[in-house]
Design a protein. Structure first.
Length: 291
């Protein structure tokens, strides 16, 4: 019998909802309106992967609350007026999450229920498989918004889809649909919304039936992680953050992005078309979107 998701006080404060579904843990990002990642949520997610991974780790499904957003990446409000040190803390926290996900020894399936952009793509790509609904959109709009992805996330993207495709996504800042994401290798399967979580649970449960020691060993071999390399990636991310955060051009883009978020959404309530202007990117949808 499938157990419903439950929320405790700590989860309510961080925006992370977890529930056991017949031995598979479903971890849901639940920060309205668009499941953006702030530092408390990053820390809670990292703790989830680290704590659950220590002893008899269960299969995990990661998803987002609502129908329009899986995760839109970092919460831009945390960058408003921050000095370099808090930004460094935030970037380190995101790097640590990706490390914890990569090293989680049991199956992790991403059920992408809507827009998946910026840090949200990096988060999804550290799952073992990615399922997505047909209306999901993917991309790295950071270059249009005065931000940069984490170095570890960039390297994962290059390994999965190749340097040319990764370069196009990163340097254009454009969003692509689920079909194109599947062709590139960002998505393993496209699933209708009413079947998404059930399909992810089925895959996680099936993978979890395999010998855990063999699954963990093979996952380690494929991910090929290394403590020294991870430290180098963290240092590169922090060095780049120190260089771009106070750059006048990047600051101007962030300010324009913040102003763009005050624009009203289309009168018909639909999200903007793919690959639109910088201010029509996913974060401009944060004006009471439909959940």
């Amino acid at each position: 019998m499938t157990a419903p998701s439950t929320r405790n006080e700590r989860e309510a404060a961080t925006g992370l909802l977890t529930g056991d579904h017949d031995g598979v843990v479903v971890a849901t990002l639940d920060r309205p309106p668009a499941n953006a990642l702030n530092r408390p949520l990053l820390l809670a997610m990292t703790a989830l992967f680290r704590d659950r991974g220590e002893s008899d780790p269960p299969p995990l499904v990661i998803t987002g609350a609502g129908k329009r957003f899986f995760c839109v990446g970092g919460d831009i409000k945390e960058a408003d007026g921050l000095a370099a040190d808090p930004i460094a803390d935030r970037m380190r926290a995101f790097h640590n999450l990706l490390v914890a996900m990569e090293r989680y020894p049991a199956p992790v399936i991403a059920a992408v229920n809507g827009d998946c952009v910026g840090g949200g793509v990096e988060y999804a790509l550290f799952a073992d498989a990615v399922l997505a609904v047909p209306h999901a959109r993917f991309g790295f709009p950071e270059i249009r918004h005065g931000l940069l992805p984490a170095d570890k996330g960039i390297q994962r993207l290059v390994r999965l889809i190749g340097a040319r495709a990764a370069r196009d996504l990163l340097l254009s800042g454009e969003l692509i649909g689920a079909d194109q994401a599947a062709r590139l290798g960002l998505v393993d399967a496209i699933v209708e919304p009413d079947r998404l979580v059930a399909e992810a649970l089925g895959r996680a449960r099936e993978a979890g039936r395999r010998a855990p020691v063999l699954y963990a060993a093979l996952k380690h071999a494929v991910n090929d992680y290394d403590d020294i390399e991870d430290q180098q990636r963290a240092e590169m991310t922090l060095a780049k953050a120190a260089s771009w955060f106070n750059d006048p051009g990047a600051r101007s883009l962030r300010e324009g992005w913040r102003q763009g978020r005050t624009l009203s959404r289309p009168s018909d309530g639909r999200p903007p078309a793919l690959n639109t202007t910088p201010h029509a990117g996913p974060i401009s949808l944060l004006h009471e979107p439909e959940r």
